[in-house]
Design a protein around this ligand. Structure first.
Ligand SMILES: [Zn+2]
Length: 211
């Protein structure tokens, strides 16, 4: 099937739902009224939902079952990041994790390209085809989580320091653009790879004809 950059109905609907979740959950705070663990689970669920819709915008929906599973995995990757708070604080109490003075290591945005590159390079060495997808998925899931957390605390970019808190409108716009940006990069990298394959096979054809 010919690759196209124009999204189908599912990515467009997912983009609208993605923006709606950001606004309803974080501006109108429609799930408020909780405290303690309920508030933490609600907050973590919003991270997961946003990452899930980000993947729904990014993927091409050629295989619905596969794409749905990938949406769920992307959401889980965004949610699991908050376990980092408990590991850094060395406690399983919510109070201890929340009041820990320093930000946990996986909340450093500089860590994302390192982890994604590690997965990509390892998968290439092991000839594991899904490694590139996992590297992109991890980047989208964790970046969406960091951007949302950044509304309160800014992005943490060691060793360069931190940005100021992200304005709410910038958070919504960046979250909406994130999967579209990766979709465009995927389209051009696939187009480039198809062109180089065609050029290589034509060159081989010419060499064989010359013999
Ligand atoms: Zn977080």
């Amino acid at each position: 099937m010919t690759e196209t950059i124009f999204p189908g109905p599912v990515p467009v609907l997912s983009e609208l739902l993605l923006i709606s979740v950001c606004i309803l959950a974080d501006h109108y705070d429609i799930f408020s009224g909780h405290s303690g663990w309920a508030a933490a689970i609600r907050d973590n669920g919003v991270h997961g939902t946003i990452a899930c819709f980000c993947w729904a915008v990014f993927c091409d929906w050629r295989e619905t079952a596969r794409d749905l599973i990938q949406c769920v995995v992307c959401g889980l990757l965004a949610m699991v990041l908050d376990v980092d708070h408990f590991i850094a604080a060395k406690t399983f109490t919510l109070k201890g994790a929340v009041s820990h003075p320093t930000r946990p290591p996986l909340h450093a945005t500089s860590v994302i390209p390192l982890c994604a590159s590690f997965i990509y390079v390892t998968s290439r060495l092991l000839s594991w085809k899904s490694g590139t997808t996992l590297a992109v998925m991890l980047t989208i899931a964790w970046l969406s989580h960091h951007i949302r957390d950044g509304v309160r605390r800014g992005l943490w970019l060691p060793p360069f320091g931190s940005t100021p808190p992200i304005p709410f409108n910038v958070y919504v716009a960046s979250t909406a653009i994130l999967p579209v940006l990766f979709k465009v990069m995927k389209f051009y990298s696939e187009s480039f790879s198809n062109i180089s394959k065609t050029v290589t096979s034509e060159a081989q054809h010419v060499e064989i004809s010359d013999v």
